[in-house]
Write a protein that binds this ligand. Structure first.
Ligand code: ADP
Ligand code: MG
Length: 285
């Protein structure tokens, strides 16, 4: 038979659209028992669309303009959805001091007014009251406050990737535990993990909480592959035994830190990566 070896393994992976940055990661693939995944951009498309706008104490048009002005300074997929939705209405607006509040959203000065846009946790952090029905809504919601006053929200929808369910079932067939970690709220995380049959799923996580979760699993003696796409995912990718980045949607920092890159962003390639690792060892041994 043809000796596949490490070079062969890397080549086989590459023909499947998977870039291995070293032969040692093929070895890690033979030992993995737990695959931990980010939600947005990894299992879902990360292409959001605004479904509905609800304004409070301000016109809908004004809310859209102000929020889009702020979001125009962010590259988050949620931000893109709001900017697209607003069309050109946010042009000619003064935007100053925009800051990203990690895992929460954005703050900035729009036409001289202090604006916050992000998840409900962001408004809680600033002790601003908001419509509490948002908390039980199983969709992604961007809540807005203007001058410390609740001003309404955007309902935003993302879609599960076509092969996500198959991706999870292939991992289960290999006796691998699946875990999903997300900064999104628990109601969305529960809905998606149920739909995909994911073993355990945790929401409301800040980037540092994702690191803690992976460290916990490592302390239990598990061999972990982490799969993510965002800038926030770089620290967990570095901590995992092997880190996989989604290459199409992924940020440069994530792709750089990753040990393995899935070029077309298909989650089913996670199982393929593991299979290639196992196949390589069989031939090397
Ligand atoms: P995830 O990729 O798991 O959603 P992030 O850390 O990127 O995790 O974001 C966590 C949450 O913070 C998002 O789900 C969203 O609710 C909120 N968020 C982050 N960035 C923005 C933004 N630019 N505009 C509005 N909300 C945001
Ligand atoms: Mg993400």
């Amino acid at each position: 038979s043809i000796p596949l070896g490490y070079f062969g393994g890397i080549g086989l992976a590459s023909r499947n659209g998977i870039l291995f940055k070293g032969g040692n990661y093929l070895d890690v693939m033979t030992k993995v028992d737990t695959v931990v995944m980010d939600k947005t951009g990894t299992l879902t498309k990360g292409v959001f669309q605004v479904q509905k706008v609800v304004s409070e104490g301000i016109s809908e048009e004004e809310l859209i303009k102000i929020t889009a002005s702020l979001e125009s300074k962010s590259t988050h997929p949620i931000a893109n959805a709001i900017v697209q939705f607003a069309k050109e209405s946010y042009k000619n607006v003064s935007v100053e001091n925009v800051e990203e509040i990690s895992g929460h959203g954005l703050s900035g000065k729009i036409d001289g007014k202090n604006v916050l846009a992000g998840n409900a946790k962001l408004l809680q952090k600033f002790q601003i009251d908001y419509d509490k029905t948002i908390d039980s809504n199983p969709e992604t919601i961007v809540v807005v406050a203007i001058e410390n006053k609740y001003a309404g929200y955007f309902i935003i929808a993302d879609e599960i990737k076509e092969d996500a369910k198959d991706a999870i079932s292939r991992l289960h067939q290999m006796n691998i535990k699946t875990v999903m970690l997300s900064g999104d709220k628990q109601s969305i995380v529960d809905k998606i993990s149920k739909e995909l049959n994911i073993d355990s799923a945790f929401g409301n996580l800040l980037p540092e909480n994702k690191v803690e979760k992976v460290q916990e699993l490592k302390n239990q003696g598990r061999t972990i592959v982490f799969v993510g796409d965002g800038v926030n995912d770089a620290p967990v990718i570095a901590l995992a035994d092997a880190g996989i980045a989604m290459g199409g949607l992924g940020s440069d920092a994530t792709i750089e830190t990753a040990d393995i890159v899935i070029q077309n962003d298909q989650p089913s390639k996670i199982a393929t990566s593991i299979k290639v690792g196992k196949l390589t060892r069989k031939i090397v041994m």
